[in-house]
Design a binder for this molecule. Structure first.
Ligand code: GTB
Length: 216
């Protein structure tokens, strides 16, 4: 059964692959699972048909037969559990890779999202310029710790895993800020993720959606 995922009809990131369907596309590409994409307008995301799939009216969702999932981390985990290639066979190594999945989403991503929210929602506030260094300081603390742990390894724990996949997509959300570039090994780590053929296929697929929407 070919899974169907949802994505923005017109992504606000203009095809930069920063929306969370990118991590699901990448996971599917890594394991060689073909998929279909249903594109949604912002209006359609809040209508009953989509709310029945996603309680918060967001993308991505994942449908496979009578299974419907939301939350990009849960979707990537589901893909990684059902296919070889994204989680190690060894039970302890697998548990550690899953730990990195949680670390990406619940330790690194929150301050990264906080910065985005500050920029988009509070950028006009008088106190924004004072707040930004505080928010970025919290990100730097996490990046420094992550950088120390990664050291000169290629991936976070042995072979590339779903933990790396999520971590790279989270770090990519800092593109343009210069923050990741302050840590040479993290910058190289993100580049290694982006160089993977599966990443490139996923990126091209989401970019094609943006190009088609722009042309139409
Ligand atoms: N925790 C959920 C998950 O991991 O799946 C969060 C899902 C989520 O935030 N989805 C966003 C969404 O549907 C798209 S990815 N937003 C519409 C809404 O809430 O109404 C977040 C995102 C959006 C845009 C950019 N960008 O333009 O760069 C980057 C990331």
């Amino acid at each position: 059964m070919t899974p169907i995922i949802t994505a923005f009809e017109q992504s606000p990131d203009r095809g930069r692959g920063l929306a969370r369907d990118m991590r699901v596309r990448w996971a599917l590409e890594e394991v060689g699972q073909p998929y279909e994409v249903r594109l949604l307008s912002f209006k359609a995301m809040k209508e009953p048909a989509h709310l029945a799939l996603h309680p918060f009216g967001q993308i991505p969702t994942y449908e496979e037969g009578n299974l419907t999932l939301f939350e990009s981390g849960a979707i990537v985990f589901h893909i990684a559990e059902r296919h070889a290639g994204l989680l190690p066979e060894d039970a302890n190594a697998r548990a550690r890779a899953i730990t990195w999945m949680f670390a990406a989403l619940s330790t690194i991503e929150p301050p990264v999202v906080e910065r985005e929210m500050a920029r988009y929602l509070e950028g006009e506030e008088t106190w924004y310029e004072q707040r930004l260094p505080l928010v970025e300081g919290r990100i730097r603390n996490r990046l420094r710790e992550l950088s120390d742990r990664l050291g000169d390894a290629d991936w976070l724990d042995g072979a590339f895993s779903a933990g790396d996949l999520l971590m790279v997509t989270v770090l990519r959300r800092l593109e343009g800020s210069g923050l990741v570039e302050e840590y040479q090994n993290l910058s190289a780590y993100v580049d290694r993720g982006k160089a993977r053929p599966a990443y490139k296929r996923a990126f091209e697929a989401q970019l094609a959606v943006f190009r088609a929407a722009s042309a139409g």
